[in-house]
Design a protein around this ligand. Structure first.
Ligand SMILES: [Zn+2]
Length: 560
C-alpha cells in the first residue's frame, strides 16, 4: 500500500499533484498548512507551491508554536527553511520561496499581525485563514488581525486553521470525490438508512453484512421491506448492511455484479467551490480570558495515530510550565499508509515501533516535556485491572508484562488532570468512558471518518454528557464492535490529513481550555463536515442520567 491509499476514495490525487498553489503570509498557521499540503500530495507532479512574502527571518515565535521548523532555524530566511523542512517531509513536493507563478490554481493567505493589507494589495486571494486570540477565521475576505503575541491557544488554533485552509484548497481545486468509490469489492456509496430499531437488530443477528431486506422485514414488517427497493444501474441489487451507526441508523452498501468485479468505478468529483466563511472557537461563550502559558499539567493521551499525532504535537508545541504526557498506543510499527495523515512520522520511521517514535518526536518538539510511553491495548480487561475489579495473577510472563504496562497507565490516570482520547475503535472509547466517569477525569474524545469528524468534551464532575450519552446505547451494549467497519471486518477506513489536523487541533484546543480554568465556557460538541467546508461547535444539552446506560452501570458496577 502506498502513501495515498487511504485517501483514494476522498480526493482526485492527480488534481492535487498538478495544482499550483500560492501561499501568502507568515502567520502562525503557515507551517500547519504546509504540513497538510505536503501530506496530501499537493504539487508532487506538475504543480508547485509558491511561498509569497516569506522573505523575513525566522523568529523564536515562528519556531516555538509549531512542529515543522526546528530550533536551529531561528535567524535563517523563513522561506528557505520552510522549503527545506517541507522537503524533509516529502522530497517529491515542488515548493519555492519568492517569485510569482505564471499561472496559479489558487491563492491561500494566512497573515501574521500587520501583513493583511500588504497581501491584499499584492493580488487576489481565494481564501484567508487567520488565528485570533480565541478563534480561527476562514473565508473569502480577510478577518480581524490575529494577536501580536501568541497565547496558550495559538498552536492548537493554528493547527485547526492550517487544516481548514488545506481543506479549502482541496475544495477550491475541485478535488473532492463525492463517490461512489470501490472499497474491498463493495460499492461504498455509504447510504444512510434510518428505521427505529434497525441498528440494534442488525447487531443482534451477529452476522457479517446481513441483507437489508431481511432485517427490514423483521423490524418494520414485510410490507415496508417489499416497498423498499435498491437499484444499481437500473437493475435490482441486494443491499447489505455494512455498518451500524446507532440503534436506529445503519449504512447500506450495494455489491457490484460478479461479472464486473475488479472494474474501477469512475469517481464523481464535486466542482470547485469558493471558500466558505466560518469562525470557530473552542468556547461557546464570548470574551473568555486565556493565559499565555499552560499551568503545570498531567495529560494521558490514548492513541498515537492520525488524531494523536496532531493533538499530541499541537499540545507539545503549546507554551507550558511543566507538562507530563503519558502516550498510550496499541499499534505496532509505522506503515507507508500512515504517512498521508499521521504527522509524527516520516519515511525514515517506516517499520519502527509507533509508541517509541511518537515519544521521540514529541520530545524533539519540546525537550521539557516529561514523557511516558506505554504500549498496551486499552480493553475491558485493562479497565477491570485499572479499576481494581479484577486482579490478574502475574505467573505467566506475558500476562505479568501486560499487567505492568496497565499499572503504569493506571498510575498515570490516577494523577491525570485530563485525558485525550484518540483511538481508532469504539471499544477503547467505551473503556475510557468508564474509567473517566469512575476516576472523575475530564476528557476530550475525537473521531474521524473520511472528511467527517467529531469531538466530544466530557467532564464527569459536571452535568454534561458522557460519550455514551452522545453515541447511544449500542456503544455500551456491544462495546466490542469496531468503529468504522462494524460488520464487514477490518476494511480500511478512508482517512486524510485535513480532517486529522482539524479534529486533532480541536481536541488540543478544548483540552487546553479545560486545563486553563475555562471548562464552563467550552463548547462540548464539535462537528466537522470537511467536504462542505464546515466546522461548528455546540454548547450542547446536559446529560439525562435516566437514559444513559453508562450512568446506570455507574450506579451498579458489574464484573465482566
Ligand atoms: Zn452518559
Amino acid at each position: 500500500m502506498d502513501k495515498y491509499s487511504r485517501q483514494e476514495a476522498l480526493v482526485a490525487q492527480d488534481v492535487l499533484a498538478d495544482a499550483t498553489v500560492e501561499v501568502a503570509g507568515t502567520g502562525p498557521a503557515v507551517t500547519y498548512l504546509l504540513q497538510c499540503l505536503a501530506m496530501l500530495g499537493v504539487a508532487t507532479r506538475h504543480g508547485t507551491i509558491h511561498l509569497r512574502g516569506a522573505d523575513r527571518t525566522a523568529t523564536r515565535d515562528d519556531v516555538a508554536n509549531q512542529f515543522l521548523l526546528r530550533p536551529d532555524d531561528v535567524g535563517e530566511p523563513l522561506g528557505a527553511v520552510l522549503v527545506r523542512r517541507v522537503h524533509d517531509l516529502d522530497p517529491a513536493v515542488n515548493i519555492e520561496a519568492g517569485g510569482s507563478p505564471a499561472h496559479r490554481s489558487l491563492t491561500v493567505a494566512t497573515p501574521a499581525a500587520g501583513e493583511s493589507a500588504g497581501i491584499a494589495a499584492d493580488g487576489s486571494v481565494d481564501v484567508w485563514g487567520q488565528v485570533g486570540r480565541t478563534a480561527v477565521t476562514i473565508g473569502p475576505e480577510p478577518g480581524p488581525d490575529g494577536p501580536a503575541t501568541p497565547n496558550v491557544l495559538t498552536p492548537a488554533l493554528s493547527c485547526v486553521c492550517g487544516g481548514l485552509l488545506a481543506q479549502a484548497v482541496i475544495r477550491g481545486l475541485g478535488a473532492v470525490i463525492s463517490g461512489p468509490a470501490v472499497l474491498s469489492g463493495w460499492t461504498e456509496e455509504r447510504l444512510w438508512l434510518r428505521q427505529p430499531g434497525i441498528g440494534r437488530h442488525a447487531l443482534a443477528i451477529g452476522k457479517d453484512a446481513p441483507a437489508l431486506n431481511g432485517v427490514l422485514a423483521e423490524v418494520a414488517g414485510p410490507a415496508v421491506a417489499a416497498g423498499f427497493r435498491t437499484l444499481l444501474d437500473g437493475e435490482p441489487a441486494e443491499a447489505r448492511i455494512t455498518m451500524v451507526v446507532d440503534d436506529d441508523t445503519v449504512v447500506i452498501s450495494l455489491p457490484l455484479p460478479a461479472a464486473t468485479r475488479g472494474v474501477t468505478v469512475r469517481p464523481n468529483r464535486l466542482p470547485a467551490q469558493a471558500a466558505r466563511a466560518l469562525t470557530w472557537s473552542p468556547f461557546a461563550l464570548p470574551d473568555v480570558a486565556v493565559p499565555d502559558r499552560l499551568p503545570a499539567s498531567r495529560v494521558v493521551m490514548v492513541g498515537a495515530g492520525a488524531l494523536g499525532s496532531w493533538a499530541g504535537a499541537a499540545l507539545a508545541a503549546t507554551p507550558a510550565d511543566e507538562l507530563h504526557l503519558c502516550v498510550v498506543d496499541m499499534d505496532g510499527e509505522v506503515e507507508p499508509h500512515n504517512l498521508n495523515r499521521q504527522a509524527l512520522y516520516t519515511r525514515a520511521d517506516l517499520g519502527k515501533p509507533k509508541a517509541q517514535r511518537a515519544a521521540e518526536r514529541l520530545t524533539a518538539i519540546n525537550p521539557k516535556i516529561r514523557l511516558t510511553g506505554v504500549q498496551t491495548v486499552v480493553d475491558v480487561h485493562a479497565r477491570d485491572q485499572l479499576l481494581g475489579d479484577e486482579v490478574l495473577l502475574g505467573v505467566d510472563p506475558v500476562i505479568a508484562d501486560q499487567q505492568r504496562r496497565v499499572d503504569t497507565l493506571g498510575a498515570a490516570l490516577r494523577s491525570a488532570d485530563a485525558l485525550l482520547s484518540c483511538p481508532d475503535n469504539q471499544q477503547t472509547r467505551w473503556v475510557l468512558n468508564c474509567l473517566t466517569e469512575r476516576l472523575g477525569i475530564p476528557w476530550v474524545n475525537g473521531a474521524v471518518d473520511g472528511f467527517v469528524g467529531r469531538v466530544h468534551v466530557c467532564d464527569p464532575k459536571d452535568d454534561g454528557r458522557c460519550v455514551v450519552c452522545w453515541l447511544g446505547r449500542s456503544v455500551a451494549l456491544d462495546p466490542a464492535r469496531r468503529s468504522c467497519t462494524d460488520i464487514t471486518g477490518p476494511v480500511p477506513v478512508p482517512s486524510i490529513a485535513t480532517a486529522a489536523a482539524i479534529i486533532g487541533g480541536v481536541q488540543a484546543a478544548t483540552l487546553i481550555a479545560e486545563l486553563t480554568g475555562n471548562a464552563a465556557a467550552v463548547a462540548r460538541f464539535h462537528a466537522l463536515n470537511g467536504a462542505d467546508g464546515d466546522l461548528t461547535g455546540y454548547r450542547a444539552a446536559d446529560r439525562d442520567p435516566g437514559e444513559c446506560p453508562a450512568h446506570l452501570l455507574e450506579a451498579t458496577p458489574t464484573r465482566s
